[in-house]
Design a protein around this ligand. Sequence first.
Ligand code: AMP
Length: 539
Amino acid sequence: MLGLMMDSPLLISSIMKHAERLYGDSEIVSITHDHALHRYNYRQAFARCRQLANAMAELGIQQGDVIGTLAWNDFRHFELYYASSCSGAVCHTINPRLFAEQLEYIINHAEDQWLFSDPMFVPLLEKLLPSIPNIKGFVILSDEAHMPETSLPNVYCYETLLAKQSDKFDWPELDERTASVICYTSGTTGNPKGVVYNHRSTILHAYALIMPDALCLSQRDSLLSVVPMFHVNAWGTPYAAPITGAKLVLPGPHMANGESLTNLMNSEKVTISAGVPTIWQALLQYLRDSGRTLDTVKRLIVGGAACPLSIMEEFEEHHNVYVHAAWGMTEMSPLGSVNTMKEDPASLPVEVFSKQRLKAGRAVFGVEMKIVDDDNRELPWDGEAFGSLKVRGPWVCSEYLKHDKPALDNNGWFDTGDIATITHDGYMQITDRSKDVIKSGGEWISSIDLENAAIGHPKVAQAAVIGVPDPKWTERPLLLVVRQAGEELSKEEILGWLEGKVASWWIPEDAVFVDELPMTATGKVSKKDLRQQFKEYSY
Ligand code: AMP
């Protein structure tokens, strides 16, 4: 027997309708190249989305067409998200930090037809032009006064296009499985792979994101999204904020600028923000140097990489901001788990609390997890066994765009490529990417645990651990350290600091001081480049 409830499709256009009716006055505030601070509300934003949908139709963009965006987090990128997906087109958010060959590959592979770009990426597009022959034209995200000079053909000004359009547009009733956004993985090996989200997965993911033990977002919040809108939909925040009526604050090109972030946080009364650890490190550095404080922020969600304990503690002790770790990936829209503890932190002994909060947390409802060994046998949730982390759920990728290999195993599980432990009560901890795992004497050493311990040293700005070949143990860990500016730190001091903080046989063979660590296009330390850099190294 089937149930007798309405079969309403889960569509992104329903977010617009809901927010416009109930939270029309809630604001979206953003920095752009042509506005020091642009401010409008959801009512105005969604009226402009309808104008944009009309403009897209006039350009000949139809249902199923893919448009590419090269843009920072701001109101125009927000409008593009909604107008494209809700009119049945697909928004391909392009990471401008990718190499030219990767950009060329993904624009052609996704079959982008139009590119909507911030003015600062115009020189990049001019260089790419000969290798992206299928692009029909370019729309520059600007007003007429700030349009750049360009040799690109068929170029339009976004504001001029919109100005002449009606703000009436009937959003089509799409199949909820219609593609909404494409985001490519950063692709450290081989070509990037396209992940294609749909309306249904986006809505279900947004529901999970706003739950109390995840973002716990409400209409009383002001949310600063420091995760790029070109990478995994800024973690779904542009959907979560209007669902709840929260104010949305978008930092434009100034993502890692501590001063700009502090100004925005304090002037826009930001209560919650989300970003990767390197962003929070930059913010803390600015706050330390300037002596400023954060006045209204209550919580930060940190994901994308393991967050060092020292960052969590400094935010709490100096700014009264609680930091939660979260885990996810492009293929998971991205949310998998958030570390919101059951216990009141004050009721736990400090060492227990510190250890517990470093974990990536418990799976949000909708994501199933398991860890398996090399023979795909499930491992126990005992907090000890390390295994490959597999997931499944309605916002997990089932296959990559036009890819020949299946993304799932025979039982429908997606292998995340992460190695993790899970405690009996479900707290998952990432110990490594499987590609970065260090196997020493047949046992695994967690580079993430070692890095966390090293970063806890007050004279360490950044740390990374890679495996280097060893004739006796196969591999041994090598610690690479960037010192805090102006600090003296010796090898003996940093290796000595690790004693007692990790198992004695994990202590790296050597520590090497470097000026900087190579980063990937998504702001993570590139272990692949480090291994290449240190391939001749011997201790
Ligand atoms: P991406 O698809 O570029 O967003 O990267 C996803 C990967 O980032 C995951 O598979 C993990 O390796 C890593 N990652 C994300 N969150 C965390 C976390 N909280 N702790 C450790 N690694 C993380």
